[in-house]
Design a protein. Structure first.
Length: 170
């Protein structure tokens, strides 16, 4: 018996996965991916739909030291929809060293406090951050986030970083 044919009549990309579960039962899993763009305060379906990416992609060349830009788009259990934001924060005017940004999709809201480059210095035996350097645009990537700040506080070295704090709410 061959694999079933899937006729995708949606405008979105799709991939059919032929898998087995933990008891070796065959599974047919269809992954449907929609790509959207945000411009001038509106969300619309992108002309070019990106293909399903089963392996993911990193920001940098070394997966050991770089976060995912796009996580793998398959999992044996996925309790909700993924929302992926690949973007830069643009300062609203010159001289801005920190700012707030947010993304709201339906009832989900994520907010970040963005800082420009900062150096960590010791003051009274404790590390403190310098004033943030003004920026025009800042990539929103995990490496620039609070995890690196926690590593610095734990005694690891880093010459400069920006921190972000994610908050969730309705």
């Amino acid at each position: 018996m061959g694999h079933p044919a899937i006729d995708n009549k949606s405008p979105f990309a799709h991939e059919v996965l032929y898998l087995v579960d933990e008891e070796s039962r065959p599974l047919v899993v269809t992954v449907v991916k929609g790509t959207f763009s945000i411009a001038r305060g509106a969300c619309y379906r992108a002309e070019k739909q990106l293909p399903v990416n089963l392996s993911g992609a990193h920001w940098g060349e070394d997966p050991e030291t770089s976060s995912y830009k796009y996580e793998p788009e398959c999992a044996f259990f996925k309790p909700a929809t993924d929302v992926v934001l690949v973007v830069y924060a643009y300062a609203p005017r010159r001289g801005i060293g920190e700012m707030q940004v947010a993304l709201t999709v339906g009832p989900m809201q994520k907010g970040l406090h963005i800082f420009g480059e900062r150096a960590w210095i010791r003051a009274g035996g404790s590390p403190i951050a310098s004033r943030p350097v003004a920026f025009e645009k800042m990539p929103l990537v995990y490496e620039r986030g609070e995890q690196e700040a926690l590593a610095v506080r734990a005694g690891q070295t880093a010459s400069s970083l920006a921190t972000s704090t994610a908050t969730c709410g309705p």
